[in-house]
Design a protein around this ligand. Structure first.
Ligand code: SAM
Length: 266
């Protein structure tokens, strides 16, 4: 490596370290940007168990043609089409703090608006900050709130997020979610994934690249107090906030789950 390149990479490392120490949240956002630059949706969902997890959430969707829905941590909009096709809401609002993810989401929304009746609204905002929620959405505003692979990554933990979801949902509104529920997911998943690796070697090999990136994201999120909910704790919390009709499905060999619940009508 020539001297200039060494200096450049040292400066980059220094810059990285400064950003990390000044604003760890900024660093996390950059890691999500990087994840999407490698075509997250294409490769992550090429793997059977990721697809099965997503499908188990989609299977819970209920038609609601007049509804106003919100997807939090929407990423590049992988769920937009199933939402527009099955729930068919009048409006789908979606939010993510990663610029690269939002670029993907906006492209997807534009494409889908030509096919489906759903109108899309994409927002930038950090959901770990309660101001974001209060500035954007009033109480009792949405008929449904959806998240997939988000609750376990959000800085500050999943409880404040579910609390905000309950606040902005109308009475009788629906919450959908699909978190990982085991903090040691990446370690344990490798063991479970071996048969899949043999069955889908090319996809799994590509997936490995992402495993490294996402486990780094997971580690950084946990340093900012993100945590995978325990299933029983999550159900208890939903009940305390007034949710009923709670339905759950285990995914990822029991390391993840999908759920649907309804906020009590008045
Ligand atoms: C694993 S991806 C899931 C994307 C999509 N929901 C899916 O099912 O494929 C998690 C997403 O949450 C976003 N995210 C994480 N923390 C966030 C925060 N505090 N505020 C807003 N978005 C956040 C990330 O940028 C990323 O796009």
């Amino acid at each position: 490596m020539d001297r200039l390149k060494i200096i450049e990479s040292e400066e980059l490392n220094l810059l990285e370290r400064i950003i990390r120490s000044l604003a760890p949240e900024e660093e996390l956002k950059r890691l999500w940007d990087d994840y999407q630059r490698c075509q997250y949706a294409k490769y992550v969902y090429a793997i059977r168990c990721a697809k099965e997890h997503r499908d188990s959430l989609i299977e819970k969707f209920i038609l609601d043609k007049e509804g106003r829905y919100l997807e939090i941590g929407c990423g590049p909009g992988v769920l937009f089409e199933p939402i527009a096709k099955i729930i068919q809401p009048k409006e789908l609002h979606a939010i993510d703090y990663s610029l690269e993810m939002r670029r993907g989401a906006e492209k997807e929304a534009k494409k889908l608006e030509k096919i489906y009746r759903t109108k899309f609204f994409i927002y930038d905002g950090d959901l770990s900050k309660s101001e974001t929620w209060h500035v954007l959405w009033q109480d009792d505003y949405f008929d449904g709130v959806i998240s997939n692979m988000f609750l376990n990554y959000v800085a500050g933990g999943w409880e404040p997020i579910i609390q905000q979801e309950a606040r902005i949902l109308k009475p009788g509104g629906i919450i959908y979610g699909g978190p990982l529920i085991d903090g040691k997911f990446y370690k344990k998943a490798l063991r479970h994934a071996l048969p899949e690796f043999i069955r889908q070697p090319i996809e799994s090999f590509r997936g490995l690249k992402f495993r490294k990136k996402i486990s780094k994201i997971s580690k950084r999120s946990q340093e900012l107090e993100a945590k995978a909910p325990v299933k029983e704790e999550l159900i208890k919390y939903l009940k305390e906030l007034g949710f009923t009709e709670i339905e759950t499905t285990e995914t990822y060999w029991g390391l993840g789950m999908t759920f649907r619940a309804r906020l009590k009508p008045f």
